[in-house]
Design a binder for this molecule. Structure first.
Ligand code: ADP
Ligand code: ADP
Length: 239
C-alpha cells in the first residue's frame, strides 16, 4: 500500500466554489514530491486536508491504506502522529528549550500542561540528541527556541517532525521565511534526512527553482487541479 493515496479530493470553503476540484494523487516512497503553483491555487489546502487541519468536502485520503477522511477523536489523533509536519513559521514553542520542543512534539497533540506531567522515556531523549546532531545543532539542547535564527528554528522543526518516526512528512513552504542561502541548506537537510529515514515528503513550495533542485517529482497545481505531474526534467521541457 502506498504511503499516501488521494482520490477525488474536493474542498469547498464556500459551497459551490471548489478550491480543490477533484485531486487524484498517489505518493510512494520516492523522496520529495514538490507541489508548485501560483499563490491561491490550493497547495496549502491540499496539505491541510491530508492531516485534517482542514475538512475535505469530498474524496478519499488513505495513509498506507487507512482512510483518514472519516476518522475522529482518538483515531484521528493517532493517525496524525503518523504524519510529520514542517511549517513556514516553524511553530516552535518559543519560550521552551530546543530539547523540550522535540520531546513535546513526540507526544503529539497532548496539551502542553499535560506533557509536563509525563516523564520522558530515556530512548526519546536519546533520539532527540541524535536528531539534534543530525540537523547540525548538537550544542543547542538547552537553548530557548526564541534565541535561535530562522534557519536554526527550521532545523529544529525538521528534527521535531522526525522525532515521531513519521510515515509521511508534510512541509508547507518551509523555506519561505528564510534567506536564499539558508533555504538551500534547510532543503538539503530535509532531503537528506528524509531519504535516510525512508520517509516520503510532500513539499509545498512556490519557488520553482528550489523545487526543481530538490524534488524527485513535481506536481503542478492550477486553480485547484493538477496540470503537471512528472520529474523535474520534464518540467523544463514543458516550458
Ligand atoms: P496556496 O497554498 O496555493 O496559496 P491556499 O490553499 O492557501 O492556496 O488557498 C486556496 C484558496 O482557498 C484561496 O482562494 C484562499 O483564499 C482560499 N482559502 C484558504 N483558506 C481558506 C479558509 N480557511 N476559508 C476560506 N477560503 C480559504
Ligand atoms: P498561507 O500562506 O498559509 O496560505 P494565507 O495568508 O493565505 O497564508 O492564509 C492565512 C490563514 O488564513 C490560513 O489559515 C488560511 O486558511 C486562512 N485564509 C486564507 N484565505 C482565506 C479566506 N478567503 N477566508 C478565510 N480564511 C482564509
Amino acid at each position: 500500500r502506498p504511503p499516501l493515496e488521494i482520490r477525488g479530493l474536493v474542498k469547498e470553503y464556500v459551497p459551490g466554489t471548489p478550491v480543490l476540484r477533484g485531486i487524484d494523487l498517489e505518493v510512494g516512497a520516492e523522496g520529495i514530491t514538490a507541489v508548485i503553483g501560483p499563490s491561491g491555487t490550493g497547495k496549502s489546502t491540499l496539505l491541510r486536508c491530508i492531516n485534517r487541519l482542514v475538512e475535505p468536502t469530498r474524496g478519499e485520503i488513505r495513509l498506507r491504506g487507512e482512510e483518514l477522511t472519516r476518522l475522529s477523536g482518538r483515531a484521528l489523533r493517532l493517525a496524525r502522529r503518523r504524519i510529520g509536519m514542517v511549517f513556514q513559521e516553524y511553530n516552535l514553542v518559543e519560550r521552551l528549550s530546543v530539547m523540550e520542543n522535540l520531546l513535546c512534539g513526540r507526544l503529539g497533540y497532548v496539551p502542553l500542561w499535560r506533557a509536563w506531567l509525563r516523564r520522558y522515556p530515556a530512548e526519546d531523549i536519546e533520539r532527540a540528541f541524535a536528531l539534534l546532531d543530525a540537523v547540525g545543532l548538537p550544542d543547542y539542547a538547552t537553548q530557548r527556541a526564541d534565541a535561535l535564527s530562522g534557519g536554526q528554528r527550521q532545523r529544529v522543526g525538521i528534527a521535531r517532525a522526525l522525532m515521531q518516526r513519521p510515515e509521511l512528512l508534510l512541509a508547507d513552504e518551509p523555506t519561505s521565511s528564510l534567506d536564499p542561502k539558508t533555504a538551500v541548506e534547510v532543503l538539503e537537510l530535509l532531503a537528506r534526512l528524509t531519504e535516510e529515514a525512508g520517509v516520503p515528503v510532500v513539499l509545498n513550495i512556490h519557488n520553482v527553482e528550489l523545487a526543481r533542485r530538490f524534488a524527485r517529482r513535481i506536481v503542478g497545481l492550477s486553480q485547484g487541479a493538477i496540470v503537471f505531474d512528472g520529474p523535474p526534467e520534464a518540467l523544463e521541457t514543458a516550458h
